[in-house]
Design a protein around this ligand. Structure first.
Ligand SMILES: CC(C)(COP(=O)(O)OP(=O)(O)OC[C@H]1O[C@@H](n2cnc3c(N)ncnc32)[C@H](O)[C@@H]1OP(=O)(O)O)[C@@H](O)C(=O)NCCC(=O)NCCS
Length: 197
């Protein structure tokens, strides 16, 4: 019998640096203020959206069992630092997509993204029973590529010229992690340094 999985449960997950908690309409102003650099690195062409549209978007995420939208909140300050999302759940094949954004350069390079990614992967693999998590990362984003490799995502190939940004074609790398891989390293394939929890 096929075991169907779901993201209906919207958890709060606490790490050392960040807390991940369900997004709410009240986060919309922070989402609206995401930096141009973050929009570039995520290849975001859509928008700008009004505050009401963003409130409606965040306010309705709890209704969707095929995705999990969590705010990344810095524990020491309680500030909204970004979001991490598991989406496009295929409940039969137990696969989903992953994406993350921190709001801007003030947040980059402080370990929040690494920890948030490990925390949400732990939820996906250990609690939900996901088998495969995939992502794409653009060639002009070496920081994100480094973080994903460090955590144990495996490259599956290049989607050539997948993004047109400022008149330039940009390749996208497809990466994935499988449940047995997560079970073997829990996001630290090179050893225990930096492991959460
Ligand atoms: C990508 C992102 C989630 C990473 O989170 P972060 O908190 O900035 O990253 P961390 O501080 O946890 O780790 C950064 C790592 O990248 C390394 N790094 C930084 N700049 C780098 C560069 N130009 N090339 C290679 N590695 C780089 C750091 O040395 C560090 O590695 P280490 O832990 O082995 O020392 C975050 O920067 C972000 O949201 N960026 C904007 C949006 C985005 O790019 N989202 C991903 C789209 S696929």
């Amino acid at each position: 019998m096929v075991r169907l999985i779901s993201f209906a449960l919207k958890p709060t997950i606490t790490g050392d640096l960040v807390t991940l908690r369900p997004v709410s309409a009240d986060d919309a102003a922070d989402l609206a203020a995401v930096s141009p650099e973050t929009l570039r690195l995520t290849g975001t062409h859509s928008g700008p959206f009004s505050l009401d549209e963003l409130r409606a978007w965040y306010g309705s995420r709890a209704e969707h069992a095929d995705r999990l939208d969590l705010a990344v909140v810095e524990r020491s300050t309680g500030r909204w630092a970004g979001e991490v999302v598991l989406m496009n759940l295929d409940p039969v094949n137990r696969s989903c997509g992953f994406r993350i954004l921190l709001a801007g350069p003030e947040w980059f390079g402080r370990g929040l993204g690494t920890e948030a990614t490990r925390l949400v992967l732990g939820h996906a693999f250990d609690l939900v029973g996901v088998h495969r998590v995939e992502l794409t990362v653009y060639a002009f984003n070496p920081r994100a590529q480094h973080v994903y490799r460090k955590i144990g995502f495996v490259s599956e190939g290049i989607k050539r010229q997948a993004l047109l940004w400022d008149g330039e074609w940009v390749d996208a790398e497809l990466m994935s992690m499988l449940a047995p891989e997560w079970a073997s390293h829990r996001g630290t394939p090179d050893g225990a340094a930096g492991q959460d929890g």
